[in-house]
Design a protein around this ligand. Structure first.
Ligand SMILES: Cc1cc2nc3c(=O)[nH]c(=O)nc-3n(C[C@H](O)[C@H](O)[C@H](O)COP(=O)(O)OP(=O)(O)OC[C@H]3O[C@@H](n4cnc5c(N)ncnc54)[C@H](O)[C@@H]3O)c2cc1C
Length: 276
C-alpha cells in the first residue's frame, strides 16, 4: 500500500512494533490517533479514551512515547469545555507516565482558541507544548508571545489550505520565515522542536545549534518521510522524534484530506517539488 511506510498501524500492537523499531534506530516516537469525525460530547469521550489507551499499551510492551493531539478531534469548536477537559485528562495521565503531549495546530481560524486552550492547560500541566505554523503571517507574533513564558513550541511549515490574507504568498517565504524563527525558538523555548523534512531548514537549525547548543532540541519527522534523513540526524547525535499515526486510515481521509493544501501535499507523497 502506498501509505504503509507513513503509517504506524491500525492496532496498538502494530504501533508498539513501530515504536520498538524506531527505538532500535535511536529515535523516539510521538503517537497520533488519526482523527475521527466527532459531533457529540459522547464522541469526544470515546476519542479521548482511545488516546488515553495508547500509553498504557506501550508501557505494557516496555515502551515509551509522547502523544500529539488535534483539538478538533476532541470537539474544540462545538464542545470547547469537553475538549479542554479531555486535553487536561490526557496531559495528566501522560504526566504520570513521564510523557509529553503536543497540541497540533490546525486551521488559521482556530489559532486563537488553540493557543488559549494550550495556555489554560499549561497552567495545570508542565508536560504540554503547542505547534505553530511558519506559513502564517501571525506566527512570529504568536511565537514571541509564547516565548515570553518559555513555553514548549514545535515549529512546522503548515499543512492546510489557507487564504493569502493569512499565509505567506510563496513557499520560499514560508521557508525563510521558518529559518528566521529558529533562533528565537532555540534560545527561548523550554522545549524547542522543529517538524520538517526540508534539508535546508535542518541545515540552518544545525548551524544555529552550533552557536547556541541545545542537546534537547527535537528534530521531528513524519514516519516514512524523507528516508535516510532521520537516520542521518541520529548519527549526527541529534534528538529525533518520529510522528507515528495510529488508527483507521479512513479517519484521516474523511477528516483531514478535505482541508489540506492538495498540490503541496501531493508533492510530499511524490517526494519531489510540484510547486515552489
Ligand atoms: C512532527 C510533525 C508535526 C507536524 N504537526 C503539524 C501541525 O500540528 N499542524 C500543521 O499544520 N502541520 C503539521 N505538520 C506538517 C507540516 O506543516 C508540513 O506540512 C510538513 O512537515 C511538510 O513540510 P516540510 O517542512 O517538510 O517542508 P516541504 O518544503 O513541504 O518539504 C521539504 C521536502 O521534504 C519532502 N517531504 C515533505 N513531507 C514529506 C512526506 N510526508 N513524505 C515524503 N517527503 C516529504 C518534500 O517533498 C520536500 O522535498 C507536522 C509535521 C511534522 C513532521
Amino acid at each position: 500500500m502506498i501509505f504503509s511506510r507513513y503509517y504506524g498501524g491500525r492496532t496498538l500492537d502494530a504501533v508498539a512494533a513501530t515504536v520498538k523499531r524506531l527505538d532500535g534506530g535511536g529515535m523516539r516516537s510521538c503517537v497520533a490517533l488519526l482523527p475521527g469525525l466527532r459531533f457529540r460530547p459522547r464522541g469526544v469521550d470515546r476519542e479521548a479514551s482511545r488516546i488515553l489507551g495508547i500509553l498504557p499499551a506501550l508501557d505494557s510492551a516496555g515502551l515509551k512515547a509522547d502523544l500529539t493531539v488535534k483539538p478538533s478531534q476532541l470537539g474544540q469548536r462545538w464542545a470547547p469545555a469537553n475538549c479542554r477537559a479531555a486535553l487536561s485528562e490526557i496531559a495528566r495521565r501522560a504526566g504520570e507516565r513521564g510523557a509529553f503531549v503536543w497540541i497540533d495546530m490546525e486551521r488559521a481560524r482556530d489559532v486563537d482558541r488553540t493557543i488559549d486552550d494550550f495556555l489554560s492547560l499549561r497552567r495545570e500541566h508542565e508536560n504540554v507544548g503547542v505547534c505553530l505554523q511558519s506559513y502564517l503571517r501571525r506566527t512570529e507574533d504568536d511565537l514571541m508571545a509564547l516565548l515570553r513564558g518559555r513555553h514548549p513550541v514545535r515549529l512546522v511549515k503548515g499543512y492546510f489550505r489557507e487564504s493569502r490574507a493569512d499565509r505567506f504568498d510563496t513557499w520560499h517565504e514560508v521557508t525563510a520565515n521558518m529559518k528566521r524563527l529558529l533562533g528565537p525558538l532555540i534560545a527561548g523555548s523550554a522545549r524547542p522542536a522543529l517538524g520538517t523534512h526540508d534539508e535546508s531548514v535542518v541545515a540552518e537549525a544545525a548551524r544555529q545549534l552550533a552557536l547556541y547548543p541545545r542537546p534537547d532540541f527535537e528534530f521531528q519527522l513524519f514516519l516514512g518521510a524523507k528516508p535516510g534523513l532521520a537516520e542521518r540526524l541520529v548519527r549526527d547525535g541529534r534528538f529525533v522524534r518520529i510522528y507515528v499515526p495510529y488508527g483507521r486510515l479512513v479517519r484521516y481521509f474523511v477528516h483531514t484530506l478535505p482541508q489540506m493544501d492538495v498540490s503541496r501535499n501531493v508533492q510530499r507523497v511524490l517526494g519531489r517539488p510540484v510547486v515552489r
